[in-house]
Design a protein around this ligand. Structure first.
Ligand code: SF4
Length: 679
């Protein structure tokens, strides 16, 4: 009998990049075991990580390419499938031009796969390529990009244990990124003060010393209010501001309008608590800001991120141990998909589309004659273009927009308008039902490649088992598709693609497969071989042309929707600890589904009493976009007038709107005016 072999891997769910071992026996998954030496999770895993292998062996896995016919789905061979995909995309290109094509990449796929995917799009002449970061952290890219010159986490997660004050805003880390609680608890054991600002009372607020319950969408007013206190009490770091930033005078001018009482009137947070939070943050030797989609998913998402950065900068809390800004991403490769240029406005390594120098570099590496200089369509704009009949064909890699994009009824109609939709995934999804062609892909443990976690740690995953049926690694499928189109993207393996990435994206310059195999990955920027990587960024200079950070004044703006007589409540959406994104993976885990089986909505007991709703009642929620049914959960977690729903089940995003942040194009998932009735 063959012994069990251990294969190091990383979790396929959230962006922390927790490591563990897959136990393989006779070529099959036999379980998992922990990896105590891993620098992020030290062996621990949350329920999703522990249940992750269930996905690999699930009977719903797609096993063959499927073609939609009048009689339903028909199994076809790879040769026919790839020829058809290439022929349809090719004929669309010929008839309507390159911008009639679009490519939606995946933050669940590896760096190499996303790199190749966007390369195919760009070689075909379009920048219509995007990924789901547009829905979760595009505002981090634009906000921190403008402020610090790099839209990424500044310090490693484990460095939180060195913080004296941790300010968490718009993040329920204890449920959604649970493994980092260990670093926060260690900081607390050393005496750190933890502030949590959130419209909901969550397990993260239980860890806080001060809880600021703000109204949804009022983050800028809170942050400006805190900065007002800091500046009026002279608590700012004058030397840091003078030596390392530009723009303080302009920022100071707008802060005068955000006295604690004024900020309190907007946010609902008592003025005394705003003052206390400001003093604790500013007086700490090392203070960290942690944020997540509570900050980013607003029409003011970029402003929210900038305000977080302004706060850190005026207190000199960037570029040193225990300090910094920690945007907690969603999926396991959101950072990498963006680094690879699966974005409509950025090439690999964040060269801007339209920048001649960036295009020239890429043309040389790709031996391409021409690249489009026009920024492409973001995900939301792809939907609009499909409705307008301008977008004809879409290639979707490992995403389920019907469940994960806002205003999902509208998304369904957009998909119906397409002439051709190809979906590459591991499971049949609600989106794949609209496809003309489905390509069965390998899951993470069935292929090799690199993934970049939220702390910029690039880690290698090796193939541990073979994919089921005829499913293939995404890289192999994309290469086959490219070959049929005559693009000739020949690479021996993912390691060879990474070698090209190291030339195309300068911060990956010294990162190779061999190097990643040796340790627990490398943190970019790692510009050349022999460079140790950069766990803490901005220690000497910021990533701007003059090395200085920008302080940028931002004003509070109302969300796109406010309560009104027809829709008197506010709906906010988010994650739970037991599911993941649209749920296509986590809802196929019997372990997770048993504990969290259905869509629910949190309602404050006082609101419930007024509407005669009892615990467990089925209720209908309605917004201007649509309606959905959910089980009522009566809880003080939400305040009066505010409802919360997780987005892991079909139905939630029928309610959310597509009002966009004007710079980042991220939709305002967090605030929708709604009404409620009993079934
Ligand atoms: S915290 Fe995130 S990466 Fe770690 S085990 Fe849980 S889901 Fe996986």
């Amino acid at each position: 009998m063959e012994e069990k072999n251990l294969y190091p891997t990383i979790c396929p769910y959230c962006s922390l990049g927790c490591g563990f071992f897959l136990e393989i026996k006779e070529g099959k998954i036999a379980g998992l075991s922990y990896m105590p030496g891993h620098p992020v999770n030290e062996g621990s895993l949350c329920p999703k990580g522990n249940a992750s292998t269930e996905v690999l062996t699930h009977p719903d896995r797609l096993l063959h390419p499927l073609l939609k016919t009048e009689n339903g789905w028909k199994e076809i061979g790879w040769e026919e499938a790839l020829s058809l995909a290439a022929a349809k995309m090719g004929s669309t290109l010929k008839e309507y031009g390159p911008d009639a094509l679009a490519f939606l990449g995946s933050a669940k796929c590896s760096n190499e796969e996303n790199y190749l995917f966007q390369k195919i799009a760009r070689l075909l002449g379009t920048n219509n390529v995007d990924n789901c970061a547009r829905l979760c952290h595009a505002s981090t890219l634009t906000g921190l990009g403008k402020s610090l010159g790099a839209g990424a986490m500044t310090n490693p997660l484990s460095d939180l244990e060195n913080s004296d004050c941790i300010f968490v805003v718009g993040s329920n880390f204890a449920e959604n990124h649970p493994v980092i609680s260990r670093w926060i608890l260690r900081a607390k054991e050393r005496g750190a003060f933890v502030i949590v600002a959130d419209p909901r009372r969550t397990p993260s607020t239980w860890l806080s010393d001060l809880f600021l319950r703000l109204r949804p969408g009022t983050d800028v007013a809170l942050l400006n209010g805190m900065m007002h206190v800091i500046v009026s009490e002279g608590l700012q770091d004058r030397e840091f501001i003078r030596k390392r930033t530009l723009g303080f005078e302009r920022l100071e001018k707008i802060l005068s309008e955000y006295a604690p009482e004024a900020a309190s009137a907007i946010t609902g947070v008592p003025a005394g608590d705003i003052i206390k939070a400001a003093r604790e943050y500013a007086k700490a030797n090392a203070a960290a800001i942690l944020y997540s989609m509570g900050i980013t998913q607003h029409i003011s998402g970029t402003d929210n991120v900038i305000a977080c950065s302004d706060l850190a900068l005026i207190c000199g809390q960037v570029g040193k141990k225990g300090a910094g800004i920690f945007p907690l991403r969603g999926q396991n490769n959101v950072q990498g998909a963006c680094d690879m240029g699966a974005l409509s406005e950025y090439f690999p390594g964040y060269g801007k589309v339209g920048d001649k120098e960036a295009a020239a570099r890429l043309k040389k590496i790709w031996a391409a004659e021409k690249l489009s200089e026009k920024p492409g369509l973001t995900t939301a704009k792809m939907s609009e273009a499909a409705h307008a009949g301008k977008l004809k064909a879409l290639y979707l890699l490992g995403e389920d927009p019907v469940n994960s994009h806002p205003d999902s009824l509208n998304v369904r109609k957009a998909l119906e308008k397409l002439d051709f939709l190809v979906v590459q995934d591991i499971f049949m999804t609600d989106t794949a039902e609209y496809a003309d062609l489905i390509l069965p892909a390998a899951a993470w443990a069935e292929k090799e490649g690199s993934f970049t976690s939220t702390e910029r740690r690039v880690q290698w995953v090796s193939r541990a088992i073979a994919p089921p049926g005829e499913a293939k690694a995404d890289l192999e499928i994309l290469q086959g598709f490219a070959e049929k189109l005559g693009l000739g993207l020949e690479y021996r393996d993912a390691g060879e693609v990474l070698a090209e990435i190291s030339r195309a994206a300068p911060m990956y310059g010294g990162i190779t497969k061999e190097r990643l195999l040796q340790a627990y990955g490398v943190s970019w920027p790692c510009p050349e071989s022999g460079h140790p990587g950069t766990p803490i960024m901005h220690t000497e200079r910021f990533n701007t042309p003059d090395g200085l950070a920008r302080l940028i004044p931002v004003e509070y703006r109302l969300p796109a929707e406010s309560p009104e007589p027809a829709y008197p409540f506010l709906l906010t959406t988010g994650r739970t600890g037991l599911h993941y994104n649209g749920g296509s993976m986590s809802r196929r885990s019997s372990f997770l589904l048993e504990k969290e089986p259905e869509l629910f909505v949190e309602i404050n007991p006082s609101d419930a009493q007024t509407m005669k709703i009892e615990e467990g009642n089925n209720i209908i929620l309605e917004t201007r976009r649509g309606s959905t049914q959910a089980k009522a959960r009566l809880t003080e977690r939400v305040s009066r007038g505010v409802f919360f729903m997780p987005f892991h089940f079909s139905g939630t995003n029928m309610l959310t709107g597509d009002a966009l942040d004007r710079e980042a194009g991220i939709p305002e998932f967090k605030v929708s005016a709604c009404r409620v009735r009993r079934v």
